[in-house]
Unconditional design. Sequence first.
Length: 204
Amino acid sequence: MTTLVMFSGGLDSTAMLVKLLTGSAGELRVHHIRMANKEGRERAESRAVESILAYARARYRAFRYSESGLDFSQLEAIPIDYVSIAYVACQVAIDTPGCNRIAIGALATDTDIANRSARQKRVFDEMYACYRARKLGEPRVEWVYPVFHTPKADLAAALPRELVDLTWSCRRPVNGFRPCMVCKACRAREGLRVPAGPAENRAS
């Protein structure tokens, strides 16, 4: 069994990755999407991802890693991230021999999570059907949500503090690397009383 782990570099996906690395023996392919849009958070996310993956490799176990990019920076509207995740997950699942699970770091408390998850799966299923018509990929791929029922505060408490400090959450960083402290993601982290991201003290 090989699980494709869609990884953003945020607290939720980091907690999910650690849970899968420590609580299962199956093969993991971790994939990050460098998603550029007018919010300008992709460089801070990439820095966080690089640091977190180095930490995980040194302290847990080996895994395969890959990344891809979507550039919406010329658009005024902010793209719907969860639809983009489903699109990329389909492509990467086909590229991963034996992949029969896709892990998403969604939480039960996320906004409109039931509808979002259903829409994601519809997008994935439509695309995957095209591949299956060509006899590509596994006959069945399951979507799993390893940390779905865990409160965000509990996720933070379960991780090593230095690993929490490496994660990135801000949606609209100032100058690309300094947390804005006003977006929804920053406010959620403020409630946890943990730093908003590893780049906070390295802003330029």
